[in-house]
Design a protein around this ligand. Structure first.
Ligand code: ADP
Ligand code: MG
Length: 347
């Protein structure tokens, strides 16, 4: 009897062992995570891939770098030979042929300009440069009202004629600044590259703008944080955490990029109507949507718009939500669109 018991125990132990070894490879394969980091568009990027199939890290790094380089070569304001810089230097009236990337972004710009009644305007470049937030170097004092008046003559997205893959300036000196949307477009395009490569689980981030799909290596939906907006702080903890399940999130704020003169703060988001940096109680705006291009553009626009109009706009849009943080004195208030809470994680 004891021997039979011994055999039974051994068989049981063997079964357990076989069972575990059979299970182990499947489990460890399913949780393989690959992380890629680097710099692009004057900021950092991070891409996380989770795949059951082993991936070639060097191949994916190369694919990501190549696509980011290509997008930069088209949309960068800082590369003098980029397509965008060449367009900005092009003469009035000339039909300028644009790439598929540029055209995609342009169509989104046109929609944003219309949707936000001009609060979002990709032609703000002369003002952004004048206030020292663009490609012409920084400044510590506000420009003269006469300079702002002159710059305003070169503002207006409707002064651009968009044809089929062609773009024409109808007024001299019209230029584009895609700083409020290019990162979001980069995120969407890297996410597309990943999906086209057959990978369903990913989190893509460029300078704080994100898109996530599938699950992380713990088989959970991706969660990301919204920074607590605090003037002068790059990182002052998290204000909220949200789930990203086949969604993108972008945040715009005026707590990082600004200068102060005589107790007055001048930040990098400019009203295309007044020509002055936006001055209201909104300190940050986050938008969740299906594409990061739209989320990025809208987040910037919400900083410019009146809060009630901003909320009404987001509530009118399909599968798009927002969280606007206002600061009155030391008090911070969060305003949410009707469905934002469904993405929030309480903590
Ligand atoms: P960040 O670059 O910090 O992520 P945003 O996405 O909000 O912030 O983009 C801010 C940039 O957008 C500015 O630096 C400027 O280049 C551009 N910009 C400023 N005001 C406007 C505006 N009213 N409409 C469109 N773009 C703007
Ligand atoms: Mg933006």
């Amino acid at each position: 009897m004891p021997q039979t018991k011994h055999i039974k125990t051994s068989i049981f132990a063997l079964m357990l062992l076989v069972g575990t070894t059979l299970l182990l490879p499947a489990r460890s394969l399913a949780t393989q995570a690959y992380v890629f980091t680097g710099r692009t568009m004057g900021t950092s990027y991070a891409v996380k891939l989770v795949s059951a199939k082993p991936l070639s890290k060097s191949l994916w790094q190369e694919k990501i770098n190549l696509r980011l380089k290509q997008i930069n070569a088209r949309l960068s304001m800082y590369q003098k030979d980029s397509e965008l810089s060449r367009f900005n230097a092009a003469p009035t009236g000339q039909a300028f042929r644009v790439s598929a990337d540029f055209y995609q972004v342009l169509k989104q710009c046109r929609d944003l300009h219309t949707l936000t009644a001009g609060a979002w305007d990709g032609t703000v470049k002369p003002l952004v440069d004048l206030w020292g937030f663009g490609t012409k170097g920084r400044r510590g004092t506000p420009p003269k009202p006469a300079q702002i008046k002159t710059a305003l003559k070169r503002i207006g997205f409707d002064k651009l004629k968009i044809g089929d893959h062609v773009l024409t300036k109808t007024v001299p000196g019209i230029t584009l600044d895609l700083g409020a949307i290019a990162k979001g477009y980069g995120v969407d395009e890297i996410a597309r590259l990943i999906r086209d490569g057959g990978i369903e689980n990913y989190l893509v981030e460029i300078g704080g703008e994100l898109a996530g799909a599938g699950k992380n290596k713990h088989r959970k939906t991706w969660t990301v944080g919204i920074t607590n907006p605090e003037k002068g702080f790059l990182n002052s903890g998290l204000y909220k955490k949200v789930r990203l399940d086949n969604k993108a999130i972008a945040t715009s704020g005026n707590y990082r990029n600004y200068f102060e003169k005589n107790g007055q703060i001048y930040a990098h988001i400019i009203s295309p109507k007044t020509g002055y940096p936006v001055e209201n109680a909104v300190v940050s705006a986050s938008v969740i949507s299906d594409t990061c291009t739209l989320a990025d553009g809208l987040a910037t626009a919400l900083m410019v718009m009146d809060t009630h109009q901003a909320l009404a706009l987001i509530n009118s849009l399909e599968s798009t939500e927002c969280l606007i943080i206002r600061q009155d004195g030391r008090e911070k208030t969060a305003l949410r669109s009707s469905g934002f809470k469904t993405y929030e994680i309480g903590f």
